[in-house]
Design a protein around this ligand. Structure first.
Ligand code: CA
Length: 484
């Protein structure tokens, strides 16, 4: 079996031209040729305004089919174009994972009057007002869809909190008062209780909501022929609901449904606990590894590279992890800005792409470039050799040489299935470096070249099967076997 790789096929500042599903379709063949096996697509569900990236979600059932919120299409195109793109991706052997936004809803059709209390934003368990009435944006009737697929209409009883009183224009976190309604106990504990994130927060203690969202998910998977979900903002959603929701999708669809959740917390113990709580029925992004990369990229040679994998999810739970370098939230100008510095990007990609553990995810912005106010050129030419190295060479037993603060390396010995596979990786965040690494006597005399092109020499294994593999300062070299 070949190695898996996922691509996150969007960045925050894509043009609002409705052509993205067509771009995806056009890239299917190219991505497959590089060994990309799965595509994480942006939320295909209608957002609250034209140009919405998709996280301010309005209607789960509108995939670019109804004239709602200013257009039929979403930022990315129409439902028909999306279905065509998925068809082509499947023909090329790629899996499709859709971004699913379940924590909140935005852009309600009407306001309604109901009672709330205001809570302290930095400790949401603290009420800071007497009960009072607001005009809240919580009525979702979807007039443009006219009950197609579902006649469910949302009102304030299906939400826990909202952020604006339309009668006064006042903003805050307004917790809704209704029978038995409270924050979920099963969410992240940051800010006292992190159930609330933004807009109108959905109440996953409400049976009607639970049933409607579960029913929607089965329709969604079937309608688009999906292979998996990327679940947005799960630290703000009741984890018991999440566990049942994922189980329900998996049991109801015959296929091996893949689920990756975004639990954005740098404390790896929290990620591990979450995995345990949901019975390991989903996977999490390695947030700690991302922040290690970020820190290493800022500190340069002062960062101890031998600790780059310390306390990461991939080192502790290698079977339930997606590794990443950056994403649409960590990129410049976004909510979790922590963009890995340019010089370190390719080093970080070598670490996620060329090691045994983790399901690596490459970011559209890193591959194709970022648009908007902080543009960044794509690194296609630098990433392609790493993808090829992953696809063709990075197999077999792994031996680490994480024995120096500024120069680390590892080898993979290759396997039977992939002819002439095997790889030696050396990374430096300081001066030019050398790492003596050993493949064993069986392969003595084999020659290697650096597939990144950073080093030009040919390196030959001595009679013990070892050699000094070289690297330029502040870069990575990826040595692969030179065919005779
Ligand atoms: Ca919530």
């Amino acid at each position: 079996m070949d190695n898996y790789v996922m691509i996150q096929f969007f960045e925050w500042y894509l043009p609002d031209d409705g052509k993205h599903w067509n771009r995806l379709k056009a890239e299917a063949k190219h991505l497959a040729s590089l060994g990309v096996s799965g595509v994480w697509i942006p939320p295909p569900t209608k957002g609250s305004g034209t140009g919405s990236v998709g996280y301010n979600i309005y209607d789960l059932y509108d995939l670019g089919e109804f004239d709602q919120k200013g257009s039929v299409r979403t930022k990315y195109g129409t439902k028909e174009e999306l279905k065509e793109a998925i068809e082509i991706l499947h023909q090329n052997g790629l899996k499709v994972y859709a971004d699913v936004v379940l924590n909140h809803k935005a852009g309600a059709d009407e306001t309604e009057r109901f009672k709330v209390v205001e809570v302290n934003p930095s400790d949401r368990t603290k009420i800071i007002s007497e009960p009072f009435e607001i005009d809240g944006w919580t009525k979702f009737n979807f007039p443009g869809r006219a009950d197609k697929y579902s006649s469910f209409k949302w009102n304030y009883t299906y939400f826990v909190a909202t952020d604006k009183d339309d009668s006064t224009g006042r903003e805050g976190i307004f917790k809704i008062i209704a029978d038995g309604k409270d924050w979920s106990d099963n969410v992240d504990s940051e800010n006292g209780n992190y159930d609330y994130l933004m807009f109108a927060d959905i109440d996953y203690n409400n049976e009607s909501v639970i049933n409607e969202v579960k029913q929607w998910s089965l329709w969604f998977v079937k309608e688009l022929n999906l292979d998996g979900f990327r679940l947005d903002a799960i630290k703000h959603i009741d984890e018991k609901f999440m566990r049942d929701f994922v189980n329900n999708v998996r049991v109801s669809t015959s296929k091996d449904f893949y689920v990756i959740g975004e639990y954005w917390n740098v404390e790896v113990a929290k990620l591990e606990k979450y995995l345990d709580d949901v019975d390991y029925n989903l996977n999490l992004f390695d947030v700690t590894l991302h922040y290690n990369f970020f820190e290493a990229s800022k500190k340069g040679r002062d960062y101890d590279l031998s600790k780059i994998l310390e306390n990461t999810l991939v080192s502790l739970n290698p079977l339930n992890v997606v590794t990443l370098v950056d994403n649409h939230d960590s990129q410049k100008g976004q909510s979790l800005e922590s963009c890995v510095e340019d010089w370190f990007k390719i080093i970080a990609y070598a670490i996620i792409l060329l090691r045994k553990d983790g399901y690596p995810c490459i970011f559209y912005g890193d591959y194709y470039g970022i648009q908007g106010e902080n543009p960044m050129p794509g690194k296609k030419e630098l990433l392609d050799p790493l993808l090829i190295a992953r696809k063709n060479f990075s197999y077999g037993e792994q031996i680490d040489y994480f024995d120096h603060p500024n120069v680390i390396g590892w080898i993979r010995k290759g396997d039977e299935e992939h002819k002439e596979s095997g790889i030696a990786v050396v990374i430096s965040n300081g001066e030019d470096g050398i790492k003596n690494m050993c493949f064993g006597k069986e392969v003595a005399g084999k020659s290697f070249y650096d597939i990144t092109g950073n080093r030009k020499e040919i390196i030959t294994l001595n009679e013990d099967g070892a050699a000094n593999f070289t690297v330029q300062g502040g870069s990575v070299s990826v040595w692969v076997i030179k065919k005779e």
